[in-house]
Ligand binder design. Structure first.
Ligand SMILES: CC(C)(COP(=O)(O)OP(=O)(O)OC[C@H]1O[C@@H](n2cnc3c(N)ncnc32)[C@H](O)[C@@H]1OP(=O)(O)O)[C@@H](O)C(=O)NCCC(=O)NCCS
Length: 350
């Protein structure tokens, strides 16, 4: 995706930045603007870890009348920074680079911190000034004001700016300094719970191993997203899936509805998405004439067991009891013990 921002204050300016997320988060852009000494341009390239958004490298060229400067920042895996190849201890341990000339690099701490609404965090970034290209640690605070807005504060100077961002954490507006002119982007909205269909298959298939913390993607198969789509749900935030439930009403036992998979993105666990997905499923199961909902999990998944019990599920008797749990030995094949849950659907959710 290539984004074009226009500068609203302090003289003319445009910033065209190409953003990509995986496997490396990269921000590659050109700023054309007016520095105190005259017009000039900046070419920048930033690379960060695709999963953690921790900066790995930033390279900058500044050109203009009497200006031809270059800067290379590199962060090693050990957190040590080099500036133009020379170890720069003042930056050691910092995670983010902040290029003062562009709203692009605010995306790095926004994605890295993953703040919930109302949370704030203090960070120190490797701050690059323009057009001087001096580098220094700069203490900053980010506060998530609502789903799509952050307050940025420079702790030493007291400078404040409200950033409105899209679902990827990329600026739409930066106070009254920058505004995105293309492509148009809706501000990050509240998550939406909607029917799960086969268009969700690929994204969920690549996400679930991370959500479970182990290999489970083989459990999610395309036919389920085709044939159970009228009884399955996905939650999307800013276009990306953050939770889903795959279930069906049994053709052979229409009194039973069955949940095959339920997963929540780790950044959104504990926010009642599991409960809300089950409530949607109870409703559809009830409407289709089912009287019970069944589900299973492995005896080691204590969180899932506590979660199902909190939702009013009871554990079905097993063939033996282990750690106080009724376990069905080899229920899903040799070595795959399970605990079984059941809950009437007529009960109001607890
Ligand atoms: C298990 C999982 C689905 C729970 O979803 P969630 O959205 O985090 O849970 P919710 O926020 O909806 O919690 C619902 C209730 O369960 C309770 N609960 C959740 N985890 C709990 C735990 N570890 N201990 C005690 N209670 C717990 C919550 O307190 C909450 O109760 P409340 O509504 O009375 O406040 C989610 O953590 C997950 O996706 N885990 C990884 C995948 C997985 O194991 N899936 C289940 C097996 S298919």
């Amino acid at each position: 995706m290539t984004i074009l921002w226009t500068r609203l204050e302090g003289g003319p300016g445009l910033d065209a930045c190409t953003v990509s997320w995986e496997p490396t988060l990269s921000l590659t852009g050109t700023v054309v603007t007016h520095f105190p000494g005259g017009p000039g341009s900046v070419e920048y390239a930033v690379e960060a870890d695709g999963a953690t958004a921790v900066t790995r490298m930033a390279e900058v060229h500044v050109r203009g009348e009497g200006l031809n400067r270059h800067l290379l920042l590199q962060r090693g895996e050990d957190g040590r920074w080099r500036v133009d190849g020379v170890h720069w201890p003042a930056l050691d341990g910092l995670a983010d680079v902040d290029l003062g000339v562009t709203p692009a690099t605010n995306t790095l701490p926004i994605r890295r911190l993953g703040l919930a609404v109302g949370e704030q965090a203090e960070i120190t970034a490797a701050w690059v000034r323009f057009p001087e290209l001096t580098v220094a640690p700069l203490a900053q605070r980010y506060t998530r004001l609502d789903r799509g807005r952050y307050l940025y504060e420079s702790i030493a100077s007291g400078f404040q700016a409200v950033l409105e961002v899209d679902g990827d954490g990329v600026a739409i507006t930066y106070q009254n300094l920058w505004r995105r002119v293309a492509p148009a982007a809706p501000a990050a909205r509240d998550p939406i719970l909607e029917p799960l269909t086969t268009k969700d298959f690929e994204e969920l298939s690549t996400a679930v191993d991370n959500w479970w913390g182990k290999s489970v993607s083989w459990l999610l198969q395309r036919f389920m997203t085709v044939h159970w789509s009228d009884t399955s749900f996905v939650v999307r935030e800013g276009g990306r899936p953050i939770a889903f439930l795959l279930g069906f009403v049994s053709p052979a036992h229409p009194e039973d509805a069955y949940v095959h998979m339920l997963g929540i993105d780790p950044g959104h666990q504990g926010q009642h998405w599991g409960r809300r997905l089950y409530e949607a499923f109870f409703e559809v199961a009830r409407a289709r004439g089912a009287s019970r909902v069944r589900a299973i999990t492995s005896p080691s998944n204590r969180r899932s067991i506590a979660f199902h019990q909190a939702l009013g599920f009871s554990l079905e008797p097993g063939d033996h009891v282990a750690d106080g749990l009724p376990v069905h030995t080899n229920y899903d094949g040799h070595g795959h013990d399970r605990v079984l849950f059941v809950r009437p659907v007529h009960e109001a959710p607890q």
